[in-house]
Design a protein around this ligand. Structure first.
Ligand code: HEM
Ligand SMILES: *[C@@H]1O[C@H](CO)[C@@H](O)[C@H](O)[C@H]1NC(C)=O
Length: 334
């Protein structure tokens, strides 16, 4: 009888030990982050970022699409650490250069935001937090919900290009794989369906669509939409110099709204991953619900963006505050 409690204690110690070890390496729950982390060190930080996002949005509406896509491509690949923003070096190709980043744009305007922040508080605000806060403010510019997000992330020093394809699904990935990858960071099926609602804005280049049109048209596609897609993508092998693309949501291309789900139900989802949301029984009901209720879409979207933004950040003495978002700092001479 006396052995049982000892066994239990030993077991608990094991479990605890395991948790603290993995927390040291990973920090999965976003511990170390807080709301308004820069309250004392740079009280105007969040205002400056919001102002810049709004100014850039006025000049180039598509910057908002980029900030929204950035948070996915940075945070989903192991950690929100701005590794996405690093330029290629002589030894490593950047994440931006990977095929999964196809079509990503406007990175130079991240530097515009960073420069504005550096003028106010040099060396204080991380590029990783700029990625997250610019996404938050872009979502508002696009008509989406305001999502309070924590800050306090630090910037990584190395590209994660070697694992980019392990995390980011391809345009034609199976729904099983997609759901599994998102479950890996704690995002459930409603969260996945909501996040893909980001494809309610922006564009998709013909390179990612021609396999649904040539050599024969994917019969799952709405014939009316096929007509439009063929007009936009007239060549089986798109001319790499001509920028040919289809808007993700023809109805309301500039708005983050639930029109994406209405399109899906009419078989107008552009990518295979989009279309699969209405053929898979785990997600079809959720699509219908989001098509009916924008409120439900926004609630799930806000939850999922929050989880995404807290994925495994670098905090404390890990990482650094980059001086420029596209390059790691030179090694300190101390
Ligand atoms: C299964 C997951 C996903 C896949 C396979 C995927 C794939 C793609 C592809 C192939 C494009 C077109 C790129 C181009 O041709 O220019 C695209 C665009 C876009 N994606 Fe995703 N995506 C996924 C999830 C997400 C998520 C979770 C978000 C954000 C929360 C997102 C945001 C965007 C945005 C905003 C665009 C438009 C970008 C622009 O117009 O510049 N995507 N995505
Ligand atoms: C997905 O598309 C890529 C080209 O973009 C192709 O190489 C790959 O074989 C496709 N995968 C599947 C499972 O169809």
């Amino acid at each position: 009888m006396r052995k049982l409690p000892i066994l239990l204690v030993a077991l608990l110690l094991c479990i605890n030990g395991g948790i603290s070890v993995s927390a040291e390496i990973e920090n999965p729950r976003g511990s170390g982050l807080s709301l308004n982390y820069y309250r004392d060190s740079c009280p105007q930080a969040e205002d400056v970022i919001r102002e810049q996002v709004q100014l850039l949005y006025k000049r180039h509406k598509n910057t908002a699409f980029s900030w929204l896509r950035n948070i996915f491509h940075d945070c989903f690949v192991e950690s929100c650490d701005a590794s996405l923003l690093l330029d290629s070096t002589r030894r490593v190709l950047s994440e931006k250069e990977n095929d999964r980043s196809f079509g990503m744009r406007n990175f130079r305007y991240i530097e515009t935001i960073k420069e504005a922040i550096e003028r106010e508080c040099p060396g204080v605000v991380s590029c990783a937090d700029i990625v997250v806060l610019s996404a938050r403010d872009a979502i508002v510019s696009l008509g989406g919900p305001y999502i309070p997000l924590k800050t306090g992330r630090r910037d990584g020093r190395k590209s994660r290009v070697d694992v980019v394809q392990h995390f980011l699904p391809d345009h034609n990935e199976s729904m099983n794989a997609v759901l599994q990858r998102f479950a890996g960071i704690g995002i459930d099926a409603p969260g996945v369906v909501a996040l893909l609602g980001a494809h309610s804005v922006g564009r998709t280049h013909c390179a990612k669509l021609v396999h649904r049109l040539y050599p024969e048209v994917d019969p799952a596609l709405d014939p009316l939409h096929v007509h439009h897609m063929l007009r936009k993508c007239p060549d089986p092998i798109p001319d790499p110099k001509a920028v040919q693309y289809v808007r993700n949501d023809r109805g309301t291309p500039m708005k983050l709204d639930n029109n994406y789900y209405k399109n899906l139900l009419q078989n107008r989802g552009l990518l295979i991953v989009d279309h699969q949301l209405v053929t898979d029984k785990r997600t079809k009901g959720i699509v219908k619900k989001m098509a009916k209720s924008e409120k439900y879409f926004f609630e799930e979207f806000a939850k999922a963006i929050t989880i995404l933004s807290e994925n495994n950040p670098l905090t404390g003495d890990k990482g650094e505050i980059r001086e420029q978002c596209n390059v790691a700092n030179k090694k300190k001479v101390r």
